[in-house]
Design a protein around this ligand. Structure first.
Ligand code: ZN
Length: 82
């Protein structure tokens, strides 16, 4: 997978994938396991037709509470997924 590949750029992370977080919470920049955000706010946004999927990030080592309501633009699917 080349970084210039337009299909790779559109590659959405699947639940359970490792992602790099590079959003507004700079203290939390790093690698997380990604899941769809399960909170009521994001679920409701999804139901009323928001096209923007929000994610919840989980520290794979369980040390940190990861950020919630994370925008797609704030994460990149990790190359560690293969
Ligand atoms: Zn949320």
């Amino acid at each position: 997978m080349s970084p210039t590949d337009p299909f790779a750029a559109a590659d959405l992370p699947a639940p359970g994938d490792l992602v790099n977080y590079h959003g507004s919470l700079t203290d939390l920049h790093g690698v997380f396991v990604v899941l769809p955000c399960p909170c009521r706010i994001c679920e409701r946004l999804d139901r009323i037709g928001s096209t923007e999927t929000r994610y919840m990030l989980i520290d794979p080592w369980g040390d940190l509470p990861g950020p919630h309501h994370v925008r797609r633009q704030s994460i990149t699917r990790s190359t560690a997924n293969g």
